[in-house]
Ligand binder design. Sequence first.
Ligand SMILES: [Zn+2]
Length: 584
Amino acid sequence: MSLIPDDVIEQVREAADIVGIIGEHVELKRTGADFRAPCPFHGGTHRNFAVIPRKGMYYCFVCHAGGDVFTFFMKKLGMDYPTAVREVARRAGITIPERGPTGPDPREPLYSAVAAAADWFARQLRESPEAQVARDYLTTRHLDLETVQPLGLGYAPRSKAFLDAMKGLGVRDEVLLEAGLLARREDGTLAPRFRGRLLFPIHDVRARVVGFGGRILGEEEPKYLNSSDTPIFHKGKLLYNLHVAKHAMRKAERAILVEGYFDVLRLSLAGIEEVVAPLGTGLTSEQAQLVKRHAPHVILLYDSDEPGLRATFRAGDELLREGLRVSVATLPPGEDPDTLGQKKGAAGLEEVLKDAVDVLERKIQILDRKGFFGTLPGRRRALDRLLPTIRAAKDPITRELYISRAAEAAGVRKDVLERETGNATRETAKLSTSPVSGVAFPALPSSAEKALLLLMLEGEPWKSRVVEAVDREELEFPPYRAVFESVADDAVLALDDTSARAYEQLKAEGLGHRDPNEMYERAVNWLEARRLERQLEQLDDQLPFESPERQASLIAEKRRVFDELRKRYPRYKIAKRRRGAPGT
Ligand SMILES: [Zn+2]
């Protein structure tokens, strides 16, 4: 529908220097990771206007103007959206194909209506006396107004004030109906869809508000209500916070999937940006595909109670079906990501994420804890629970590893399990007879660890080069580490079942047409960057407890490690480094 393809808009946004562009209109001063200036919109003299490069957005704490680099041009210079994109593209040196003969996007009035509503709802949350209940509610969740304002949270009053306000702005009822913001009652009268709710604006991937998720402030049902599906809002095809998280997802090469809006808020306030949530329903395949466009690995961070676990494994299967790597992080009993974040902060959250285990492994842990593997019928039932996850795994290597692991855990022969999963000899045979052509492998292996093993298995000189460059402890995936050790020591026959399968699969995959030099370079750099990042983290942990003299020398050490890291990743944004975020 739109004139400029989404991926081009994405490319432009990624390339845009928001600080440079806004800096042409106001004098920005750095404060920490952000920049501040007097607001160019309401024309104040104090530095209430913030540019937040890591989120690609700006926000004024006085007049509440906010948005991304495109909306800045739209609001400041009165451009329409395509013109703003073209202007930013021009500055970033990106060529956009010329405008075709098509007219304007017919959905434009819906976007405008939802944007006008979002502004109005946000103002109610700040100012309306009735919204005190919402402000109090935020306080009970340890969120202050100042913190949530840039995120666009709003309040929908119980009255019909919304109708009058939109009328005053010239937004027609029909448009509001189509945008899912009004409902027609049986008697034909119109009523606002959201009443007495705290609203979370939901953005599309272009960062335009397209709908809302509303939490009731009172005892009514449902607790959460979304905009109804409209031409611009499809709840199964959107993820909350994706418009912000996608940049971090690319850099961190992972996505963290949580259940609720507040979980997203808490993680992102703790500085963990690569977090998204489905909109109050189970994860759909479309949403899994959306995640896959930005990261190869997903960590599920759901509640650890029974319903939470069920949702975890359902989402896990959906993600495996898209070929993603899936891990599960386990929260302490009774905690959700929000409460844990409040109590333990970023460190506590990172701790839990660090201990995430593969989704099948997590299933096995739980079944084991419940005693399933102790009896023959129990083992049968355990296998029945593992099979959907094994079947869901689309990536052939993952699937092989899963079959081996499940066979091992349940004490059954692997070929029996292979038959049950329908894997039989079809796919394995294809792998061993035509290693590369039969299966669509990505151009580069999904991880540096795998790349190094593929190189080692090519024989010399690669084996020696890898063994020399890489410490075996650097390999984190246990079967891969076992393969590394056994190949390095020429002791392949000593591999256990799972590792032996990993070995066979790697052998079968081979290098194909990939350039070994490039693979080697990238993989070694990646591991080295990961090691340097850990070193930085240790230095950060140490710093606060040292004497001033010692601190000075630690800071010098930090700078040295930073420089080293920069060399590994010349384009790496130092401002945005965190555990597991080596970027590419
Ligand atoms: Zn302002």
